[in-house]
Design a protein around this ligand. Sequence first.
Ligand code: ATP
Ligand code: MG
Length: 501
Amino acid sequence: MEEDLDEIEIMIRARYPIIYIISWEEKRVEADLLKIANRTEKKIFSWTVTQGLVSMTGNKSTFLTNDSTRDLVLALENIQRAVDPAIYILKDTHHYMNDATVIRKLRDLSISLRSSFKTIIIISPILKIPSELEKDVNVIDYKLPSINDLGILMDKLILSIQNSKKNVEINLDNAGKEKLLQAAMGLTLSEAESVLSKAIVSKKRLSVEDIGIIHSEKKQIIKKSGLLEFYPTHETMSNVGGLTNLKVWLKKRSIAFTKKARNYGLPQPKGIMLLGVSGSGKSLVAKAVASLWQLPLLRLDIGSLFSGLVGSSEENMRKTIKTAESVAPCLLWLDEIDKGFSGSGSSNVSDGGTTARVLSSFLTWMQEKDSPVFIIATANDISHLPPELLRKGRFDEIFFLDLPELKERAEIFAIHLIKRGRDPKNFDLQNMAITTEGFSGSEIEELIISSMYDSFEEDRELNNDDIKNAISHSVPLSHTMKEVIDELRLWTKNRARPASG
Ligand SMILES: Nc1ncnc2c1ncn2[C@@H]1O[C@H](COP(=O)(O)OP(=O)(O)OP(=O)(O)O)[C@@H](O)[C@H]1O
Ligand SMILES: [Mg+2]
């Protein structure tokens, strides 16, 4: 955010006429802008529809409402006439961005302000710029508070508790403090303040255990965004059969988001792409990573980005990224990405390039992101996959999940028997594995379920023969889809790493 501040100051000094700051945190942005106004020796005003154009400096009486400028157009005319160097903050103007007079006025101002020492700064939580103004407005996505900002806030809170001599127990050493602050990363200052106050008021204490309250606050944020789903999961890596390469890779990165790893000089991992045949455990692995790394799993329904129910697709993508970053460290799961972005090819013009634009903004973010959001993308149809998605530097690794080998099949049988309360020792796993060449993990699970129905119907315990029987009556999808799978294998040969050891 210091960078944001510097960037804004440079823009103001370079006489950019209109700067659009995207942020929920009016108070914090205002406080920062006041600093800039001081440094650049400019006056500073703010406009709201309720107060009109009022000075933010000087004595309290100048904070009075200025009724004659409550109309935005009149306020803009005032700005145009003013002669002193000044910063003008406009709030909630996204509501006026389809008003022809306002748009025209802003366009006029964008020309005249260039040769003045006046700057208009729009603060809004939503990016809404009419296309006529796009070239005249510079956008800054204001960063959320840094861990230092949050630390200052927490120290202030603790100090005020101690001064008030209230009966609140503060049980925090430095490590505990860092843990709480880390968890609070991504909250706005006022969100962090209310969540910490909530812990203090309701529990009469502040300790590491209050991390739970912070997490539930973050769940709320996700819910409100409407695009991401907080995906609770109980799957663990021990429920995943085979795929040892992939598991080893993931296990090694369990501590990837710690300060220790940063200090050691390791970069933050970006994400992985899991390519593979249907039922090979791609979605399963995504869920298991959440347990392995103990991070929240956020599932993005790519379809809803484009549905138009919530907002424009581009704005939705931006919001999704913001939300994920505000919950970070976390996993962002893009399941079946091939289906979501299939319309992005240059030959596909049916959506006016929207899909391609959204994909490209996602890719840019992936390339540049320094926030601890780990992407897990899955796909099984490579022909629908935009090639730019797989270029070097996007994902840390692309894994190919093939049909399970003999040993892996035996493991998968065992896992699903255990899951359903059976002891694998009572079954001939070796033989079952031999006779199920070409079956996927999910088909093996299906075999067990259907044989359990058979034995259940006859009101007896499940035995080897039930499973044998089920195997002999099933044809795996891979038999009918042989060409598709062969093609996938060939395609991934030099492009992806085998997930199995
Ligand atoms: N390697 C495996 N070990 C244990 N169970 C597995 C494995 N692979 C698949 N399964 C079982 O099959 C179910 C379905 O698999 P999953 O949904 O992960 O497949 P997928 O690769 O995502 O398929 P799709 O491409 O159709 O989405 C899993 O929930 C799990 O019960
Ligand atoms: Mg899946």
